[in-house]
Ligand binder design. Structure first.
Ligand code: CP
Ligand code: NVA
Length: 319
């Protein structure tokens, strides 16, 4: 099969990527990880610049982009909304036009999906969504890389998200699973259902890939899952909903009893992090032998490097 050419592409949501393109990025991520483990030093981003725009806080995403780009000779520039005019004194469109004249690519983390879309539409350079209220696509790449490291061929395996079924992480997982033929179950109360329209979109993609998407309010639906995944109960920007979410989601905590309900002794636990021990997950699970969260966090860097190599046309070793 022809190698997909992603040069010049943005990643705003994985809905824009074909299953072949996603598989290509996952294969490239493995290659990048192997190179890192072998201690190979390369300079494939030499002469390139990356604008890193942050409206929200970040540890993993910022560090993954910054180290992946910088260690290969690129120059990343961190710009929080405290520092620049983004959407305050200057429109997103004008900021995009200016950044596009100075940078090879732009990373954006913030609130609205429409902001990252506007940056891509007006900058003329690849734009990477490092999390919006709606999607977290680079997270989903790292999640599936980790899933694959544990179970090999992921098509036909089952991933189960337990918690806030309409948040950015749950939605992005639903997209990637529906593209790759991974059975994806969301276990969430009816109030946090991902929504009929989005379910229909992903359901149609899953029908093409051989996957199955389902939503249940019953924790018994974790039965047979190869992995249980959870995320914080109140995402960034929803701090005022904390009490309400605690009441809704307390029955959906991932604990040893829920891991047991999968019925699989090889089931693993995944979490995008940061985690709140004692809320969405118990300490014995996240810190226990079934947890793969640190591999998952490390894989953020390998998948993000692979994405930037492919979209910046930097796959040839210029070291
Ligand atoms: N998982 C994730 O995106 O972590 P940060 O918020 O620390 O970037
Ligand atoms: N759903 C979480 C993910 C953090 C990585 C949030 O948006 O805060």
């Amino acid at each position: 099969m022809k190698t997909p050419n992603l040069q010049g592409r943005s990643l705003l949501t994985l809905l824009d990527y074909s299953p072949e393109e996603i598989r290509f990025l996952l294969d490239l991520s493995k290659q990048v990880k192997d190179e890192a483990k072998a201690g190979e030093k390369k300079a494939r981003f030499s002469g390139c610049t990356l604008a890193m725009l942050f409206e929200k806080r970040s540890t993993r995403t910022r560090c993954a982009f910054e180290t992946a780009f910088g260690e290969e000779g690129g120059h990343p520039v961190f710009l929080s909304t405290q520092d620049i005019q983004l959407g305050a004194k200057e429109s997103i469109e004008d900021t995009a036009r200016v950044l596009g004249r100075m940078f090879s690519a732009i990373q954006f983390r913030g609130f609205k999906q429409s902001t990252v879309e506007a940056l891509a539409a007006h900058s003329g350079v690849p734009v990477y969504n490092g999390l919006t209220d709606r999607f977290h696509p680079t997270q989903a790449l790292a999640d599936i890389m980790t899933f694959q490291e544990n179970f090999g061929q992921v098509t036909g395996k089952t991933l189960c998200f337990v918690g806030d079924g309409r948040n950015n992480v749950a939605r992005s997982l639903m997209v990637i699973c529906s593209k790759l033929g991974i059975h994806f179950t969301v276990v969430t109360p009816p109030e946090l259902n991902p929504g009929a329209e989005f379910l229909e979109t992903c359901g149609a993609l899953a029908a093409e890939s051989g996957g199955k998407i389902s939503v249940s309010g019953d924790t018994g639906a974790v039965s047979g899952a190869h992995a249980l995944y959870t995320d914080v109960w109140a995402s960034m920007g929803e701090e005022d909903k904390k009490t309400e979410r605690e009441a809704l989601l307390a029955p959906y905590q991932v604990n040893a009893a829920l891991m047991e309900k999968t019925g699989r002794s090889d089931a693993v636990f995944l979490h995008c992090l940061p985690a709140v021990r004692g809320e969405e997950v118990t300490a014995d699970v996240i810190d226990g032998p079934k947890s793969r969260v640190w591999d998952e966090a490390e894989n953020r860097k390998h998948t993000i490097k692979a994405l930037m190599l492919a979209t910046l046309g930097a796959l040839d070793d210029r070291s």
